[in-house]
Design a protein around this ligand. Structure first.
Ligand SMILES: [Zn+2]
Length: 251
């Protein structure tokens, strides 16, 4: 049993950029009748990386305990590579704690948007902008494996369907609890909302502080990175976008 597992080839998750690109491309075909402009500019940014397809997932063959055990071994190695003694009292249980912590920081991999949105999509004849501001977000930068955190604000223009408000925060949670880059996180949230309720437009703004900038490199303590994704009329119609941004800045 152990041997079979150890010898198995690891199959990785699908490259999230490819998945996102595919979704954005699909969304580009479902256009609001009033939209004249071309969506290609959104899509073009992603084209070059759409080369290789990988089978999705899974580590399902390993139980959670087994994954923690594996991760603990790696962390023990990291500690000794740093020149510390993993056997000294204060560090004795650190590998296991670190393993459990990183499992928590990446728990979004285990959750599916469909499960979360189950029963939370409602038919409603409401066509005014819905805005939820300052949803707290904690994520892990995929380039350095250190945290970045901040706030996410979401607005959408419903088209006969609305989403339970708490679900917006759940979507943020699912995508932020992964290895991420802020730009992709922003787009993934916008795409998930679009897929869930097919709104007339969606806008997502993420404002975050990256520990990899604050604690190393340029050490800019107060620098914030702001990213935004606009889809549908919020992308195409300056007036709707303006309304969104005004409501967003209205504190
Ligand atoms: Zn980083």
């Amino acid at each position: 049993m152990e041997e079979r597992r150890n010898s198995q080839t690891l199959i990785y998750r699908t490259d999230p950029n490819l998945e996102l690109e595919e979704k954005l491309r699909r969304l580009a075909f479902v256009r609001h009748p009033s939209i004249q402009n071309d969506h290609d500019s959104v899509i073009a940014d992603y084209r070059p990386i759409a080369k290789r397809r990988m089978e999705s997932i899974t580590f399902d063959e390993l139980t959670e305990e087994e994954i923690v055990e594996q991760l603990s071994k790696h962390y023990k190695g990291i500690i000794s590579n740093l020149g510390e003694d993993p056997a000294r009292q204060g560090l004795l249980r650190t590998p296991e704690r670190a393993a459990k912590a990183i499992m928590f920081f990446t728990k979004g991999y285990k959750e599916k948007i469909e499960d979360v949105l189950n029963d939370a999509v409602f038919d409603e004849d409401h066509d005014e902008m819905v805005i939820v501001k300052d949803i707290e977000m904690f994520s892990l930068c995929e380039h350095h494996l250190v945290p970045f955190m901040g706030k996410v604000s979401i607005g959408y223009l419903p088209n006969k369907r609305i989403l339970g408000l708490s679900k917006l925060a759940r979507i943020v949670e699912i995508y932020s609890r992964r290895l991420q880059v802020q730009e992709r996180l922003t787009k993934q949230i916008a795409v998930a909302i679009t897929e869930a309720v097919q709104p007339t437009g969606v806008g997502v703004v993420v404002e975050a502080t990256h520990m990899c900038m604050v604690m190393r490199g340029v050490q800019k303590l107060n620098s914030k990175t702001v990213t935004s994704t606009m889809l549908g009329v919020l992308r195409e119609d300056p007036k709707s976008r303006e309304e969104f941004l005004t409501l967003m800045n209205n504190r």
